[in-house]
Design a protein around this ligand. Sequence first.
Ligand code: ATP
Length: 276
Amino acid sequence: MDSQTKSNQPKTSQVKTKPKLNSKNQSFKLQANNVDVFYDDFQAIENISLDIVEQSITAFIGPSGCGKSTFLRLFNRMNDYIDGFLMNGSILLDGNDIYDSSINVEELRKTVGMVFQKPNPFPKSVYENVAYGLRIQGIKDEEYIENRVVESLKQATLYNEIEGNLEKQALALSGGQQQRLCIARALAVKPSILLMDEPTSALDPISSGKIEDLIHELKKEFTIVIVTHNMQQAARVSDNTAFLYMGKLIEYGDTQKIFTNPEKDRTQNYITGRFG
Ligand SMILES: Nc1ncnc2c1ncn2[C@@H]1O[C@H](COP(=O)(O)OP(=O)(O)OP(=O)(O)O)[C@@H](O)[C@H]1O
């Protein structure tokens, strides 16, 4: 592990709780405990507790407006930007409360990268898009930057398609390539968690398939949390699935079980398309 990696861990004054282990002895990377979220008077999330296994893929599913994106954005404190946002409860990363006043939010967001629904590359070259996060960290070592750019593009399975053309405008890439570029940009700063908010919903089926294959590869190294409207996608890519409905967690567990033999009627009705 090099010094860049170490510096990407969020700093807290002390470890408050040790991450728990589940029955399969897997450790929890993220833990939400009794979380409520309000936007002014409106309660968007109601008393959700949920643990996310390290180096796994966790999918959030549920009808529009049920709180999937709100819940996802808690893990890198993206809701902090929203006027009227208020949270009760706690979110732990490696056992540390990420809403503790000692947390450096910039550092947290290096550890918890995010990819959005619509690919959003900067109007810069491919190279500079991936280098961006390193440059804003103040890294000046061009050799290190170049290595990270190439490595991240390879990890995002884009390098082979644009090798020798890294000065190309990012906006000239196809939609699917742009999304893989955004994933490379997130990976460049060495996160340990990737949050993905409907990362394929703006893409054609072939590009979506490539992203799904990539997500599957990335879980060897990263903990991935994905919001998706596409239930086939959740069933294909995720290890665990959380079904949310009107701000509540209805059911959470092994993806195969959720999709074949859920505990709750409401989950069954949703996954069989009876509502939503
Ligand atoms: N910035 C905001 N201010 C006020 N209310 C908001 C805000 N963002 C979301 N909400 C409300 O919170 C609830 C949950 O929204 P959220 O976007 O998290 O749901 P979602 O399940 O991700 O929906 P979708 O699948 O349509 O993206 C909705 O009722 C929404 O209108």
